[in-house]
Every structure is written in structure tokens, then in C-alpha cells.
Write a protein of this length. Structure first.
Length: 543
């Protein structure tokens, strides 16, 4: 979910959890160290959503009692993700985070009933969901490296040592002991032996860093399987991920699962991060509610960090401090710009002059057919076939299906040219040339470096200038976002190396991006030639 400007809670939730946090947790460091930990509005909103209870929840249910199986919080650097995550772990360790039924009126949660002598009580309202602690809390904090764990584990240690916790947690260097043989363990890529055990809660920190290369995607998935057996749930915190990198954060963002709570406060799209005045407005928006940043000229410090980072990596600066999904420097196309160009209201009239690009393969890579309206520059995928994850070893794309969509395209519109990379799909090229002629079906070899780099540059320029629009197809958007640059020896007028596109890894396809580029190249040639729709074929009867 995108974070709203006004937080309105109109659903049942364990209100006792944020109340418990503010009574027992403390500010871990800084000038206010040791003071009660007061949840910022965004932290409170994420907490009550994570503990949102299903209206028909029953006593005895654990994870199934809650509306969300897990949560993801995407927020910029220095907003307070670490201390808040620590407070959530503390609550899962010794607080009332397990659903315990519905209050009928007069029920009270008493700390002393659960081994805490602090004397705190919470009175439930009628109809409010109630909570209790886990009998044996088994918690894991996952991070990409040892020093990364300090973002959460150090604040947690400070909270656990404070008198407000009344000695309920015993702090060690790499773990914390909890009541009834419970414990909180730190897990990194160098300490994977702890994985596989049943756990009740997992905090996965900075998941934009979890990739297949460092094996942390698999680790995060293994953790969640361990939760399933215990009825536990997880919380994922991250900076805005690079959309060109296959990470746990990106996978969670793109997942269609409805039982994942996603919080991502996006700044207004019209603001330009490269403009100092507008960048300030972006920072004011995404850091709203984080008092420690807004006070004492904290935004000036954020600005200084962002400006320095922008010198080397402007995309990373915008992700880390502007909270925007911006592709890194290795991305061929700006996926945010692509999203802005979507217009699902456009309908290309029948008999319009169009061009088509075709790229792909027969077995492993996708087969993509993309059309472009010559007059308006509007693009849409006519057909994209991807190899299923569970495909049989002898799987092949359905060429007959591709042939049918081409027949439909030629019967509905007036294709001027079809530029097609013939590798691996020669049988379709021959069939289509036999049907429509070799002046319409034109092989366009994508391995020719010089023509290809200029075609890709023109395609990217069309996106930047807004000359192109598209129908918003999500599969094509994924292919556009997947494409990464491969530098060549060909240079532009300023002496900078030009680039081809390639897959960042085998599973992330780019064929629709290449087909879109070929379709756009054909459209450019059509405009240059002053092309007009060919005369409609009219069958003649022989007498």
C-alpha cells in the first residue's frame, strides 16, 4: 500500500501492542537516550497494520488471526526504521503480540500476569482484540553483514538493558535470552547454520541488499518457511530498492500476494530531485513525522549527504533519500519514466498505420511482438510468451499462437514494416514473408553493434522526450526494467561509450524491450519515408 497523507484506522487491531511499546521501550541513543520511545505517526501506522486482526479471528489462531502474513516498510535513510524495528522485536519477545480473543468489556492486560513486575496495565474496550505474549519466543534478526545488524540489534540491546524492561531480556553479544527458553538470534550470510529452525518472528533488515549472488534471497525465503510451521510472521524493512536488481525487496514489491502489507511513502511525481528547491520539498515530504530529522536542521544534513552522493550516483541518492524507485546507473531505461508514459485510455483505430517489432527465441527466452502506432507513437505488446517456471524440458513457445496474433494484427491494422530478429524463429520469418512479402517482413539483425546502439539510444530518447506512450502492460514494463547496459566501443558525439542491452541474469527477460526498440526503429523509418497505409486488399472474383 502507498502511505496515505492521513492515517485513519478503521479496522480491528492489537492496540495493546503500540501501547506496550511506548510503556516499555526507550530511545536507544542520542540526547534523548533512555526517554520513553514514542512512535512517530508512520511507525504507529505500520504497527497497527502489522497487527491488524481479521474480524472472524478465533482464539488459538496465530498467524491466521491476522490480516497480513508479513509486512514490508520502504523508507529513506535516517527515518528511524532501526529503532522502530527494535521495538517490534521487543514486543514479539515479551509483549502481547499473539491474538487472545475479543474483549467483551472490562478485560485488562496486566504485565504482572506475564512475569513483568512493572505494574503496567491496559484496559480493553468492548469488541477490541486482545493480546498475550508468545509462550516461547524464537526470533531471528537477518541482515546482509555483521555491521548491518547494528542498525537494529544495537538499539534492541539498549532497550533490553533499560529498567523499563525489568530484566525480561538478558543481553549477549550475538543473541538475547527471553523468558521460557526463548531467544533472539542474529543471522547473517556468515552464520547460516541457525537457519531452518522453527521461529515465531523474523526481522529482515535492508532487504534491497538480499540478492541471489549473496544467497540472501534464499535465506529470507527459508526464514519464512520456518515461520509458517510456528504460526509466526515477519517484518521486512528496506531503503527503496534498485528496480534493475533482483532483490528480496523488489520481489516483495512486485508480488501479487494480498496478505503482504506494503508501506511506501512516495513523494509527488512532478517534483524533480535534481532541482535543489524541489529536492527540499521531496525531503520534507518523505521525512514528514520523523521529528529527529525535522528538528535541529536535520534536513540540511540529509541535503548535504544527498548532494555528495549525487556526484557519483544520483540514482542511489534519489532512492536512499528521496524514497523513489529509480534505476541505477547500470539500467538501460528509466523505469520510473516508463511508468509515467503509461496511458491505458489510448485506442489505436482500426486500419491505422502501424509498425511491429519481433524479438525472442523458441525455448528459453521470451517471444515478444510489440506494435507502434505511426501517427501517435503509442506502443503495446501484441504478444509476449514467457517460458513457465515449471516448464517441461522439451518446452517450446506456441508458434501457432504467435502466428494467429500476427494474422489478427494484419487484419485489423495496416502494418508498414515488421522488423524482426530472425535468430531461433526463422520458421516464423519464412512463413510471414511467404504471406506478406519480404518488403514488409524485414529481418533486422540485433547482433550488428553499430545500428543496434543507435536504435536503443533513439528508443531511450523517445521515452525521455515523451514522444512515446504505451498501454501499461506489466510484463513489458518488467522487461524494460530488467534491461541493463553493456558498454561497447562505439561512442556518441561527446565521446561517451554507447551501449547494448543484456539480461542481468537468466530469469529476468528483456525480449519485449528489444521488440519495442525494433518497433520504434521501424516507426522512425516510416515517418522518415512519409509512409502511408497500404491500400486495403480487396478479393476479386474470377468470372
Amino acid at each position: 500500500m502507498e502511505a496515505p497523507d492521513d492515517f485513519v484506522v478503521d479496522f480491528p487491531t492489537l492496540w495493546v501492542v503500540p501501547a506496550w511499546i511506548e510503556r516499555h521501550c526507550t530511545v536507544p541513543d542520542g540526547d534523548r537516550k533512555g526517554e520513553p520511545f514514542r512512535l512517530y505517526p508512520w511507525q504507529l501506522w505500520c504497527t497497527v497494520n502489522h497487527y491488524r486482526v481479521k474480524p472472524r479471528a478465533k482464539v488459538g489462531q496465530k498467524a491466521p488471526a491476522f490480516f497480513y502474513r508479513r509486512s514490508q516498510v520502504i523508507a529513506p535513510q535516517k527515518t528511524g526504521k532501526g529503532p522502530w524495528s527494535a521495538s517490534m522485536i521487543a514486543a514479539e519477545a515479551v509483549g502481547p503480540t499473539v491474538f487472545a480473543g475479543w474483549a467483551t468489556g472490562g478485560e485488562v492486560y496486566r504485565c504482572r500476569d506475564h512475569g513483568c513486575p512493572c505494574g503496567w496495565r491496559y484496559r480493553y474496550q468492548q469488541g477490541e482484540p486482545m493480546g498475550r505474549p508468545w509462550a516461547t519466543p524464537l526470533i531471528q534478526l537477518l541482515a546482509s553483514a555483521e555491521d548491518q545488524t547494528d542498525n537494529v540489534f544495537r538499539p534492541l540491546q539498549a532497550m533490553a538493558r533499560h529498567d523499563r524492561m525489568a530484566g525480561r531480556m538478558r543481553v549477549g553479544e550475538e543473541f538475547i535470552r527471553c523468558p521460557n527458553d526463548g531467544r533472539i538470534d542474529v543471522v547473517t550470510s556468515s552464520a547460516l547454520a541457525r537457519l531452518g529452525n522453527p521461529i515465531t518472528f523474523a526481522l529482515q533488515d535492508e532487504t534491497q541488499l538480499y540478492t541471489a549472488t549473496n544467497k540472501l534471497i534464499r535465506v529470507a525465503e527459508t526464514q519464512r518457511r520456518g515461520l509458517a510451521g510456528m504460526g509466526g510472521r515477519s517484518l521486512e524493512t528496506t531503503n527503496c530498492p534498485d528496480p534493475t536488481v533482483d532483490s528480496t525487496a523488489r520481489r516483495t514489491m512486485e508480488s501479487k500476494a494480498k496478505d503482504v502489507c506494503r508501506f511506501h511513502r512516495l513523494p509527488p511525481a512532478h517534483l524533480d530531485y535534481g532541482d535543489p528547491v524541489e529536492r527540499r520539498k521531496i525531503h520534507e515530504y518523505v521525512y514528514a513525522g520523523s521529528a529527529h530529522v525535522l528538528e535541529h536542521d536535520g534536513l540540511d544534513a540529509i541535503e548535504a549527504e544527498a548532494v555528495e552522493l549525487m556526484e557519483k550516483d544520483p540514482a542511489q541518492a534519489e532512492r536512499f533519500y528521496g524514497n523513489r524507485l529509480v534505476a541505477g546507473s547500470g539500467a538501460a531505461f528509466d523505469i520510473s519514466r516508463w511508468a509515467e508514459l503509461a496511458d491505458s485510455t489510448v485506442v489505436v483505430p482500426d486500419r491505422s498505420l502501424i509498425t511491429i517489432g519481433v524479438d525472442g527465441a523458441r525455448f528459453r527466452d521470451a517471444l515478444a511482438i510489440v506494435a507502434t502506432d505511426v501517427r501517435t507513437g503509442h506502443q503495446w505488446p501484441v504478444h509476449i510468451a514467457e517460458r513457465p517456471v515449471d516448464a517441461a524440458p522439451d518446452y517450446e513457445h506456441d508458434f501457432e499462437a504467435a502466428d494467429r496474433v500476427m494474422l489478427d494484427a494484419f487484419s485489423r491494422w495496416r502494418p508498414w514494416r515488421v522488423y524482426i530478429d530472425p535468430q531461433y524463429i526463422e520458421v516464423l520469418v519464412e512463413r510471414w514473408q511467404g504471406r506478406w512479402g519480404d518488403k514488409v517482413i524485414v529481418p533486422w539483425l540485433t547482433y550488428r553493434v553499430r545500428p543496434m546502439v543507435f536504435a536503443l539510444a533513439a528508443y531511450r530518447s523517445a521515452m525521455s522526450a515523451g514522444d512515446l506512450s504505451h498501454d501499461g502492460d506489466t510484463v513489458m514494463a518488467a522487461h524494460i526494467g530488467n534491461a541493463t547496459k553493456k558498454l561497447t566501443k562505439v561512442t556518441d558525439d561527446d565521446g561517451r561509450p554507447m551501449w547494448l542491452i543484456e539480461k542481468p541474469e537468466e530469469r529476468r527477460k528483456i525480449d519485449a524491450a528489444m521488440a519495442g526498440c525494433l518497433s520504434w526503429e521501424a516507426r522512425g523509418d516510416a515517418v522518415a519515408a512519409g509512409a502511408k497505409a497500404p491500400a486495403e486488399f480487396v478479393p476479386r472474383r474470377i468470372r
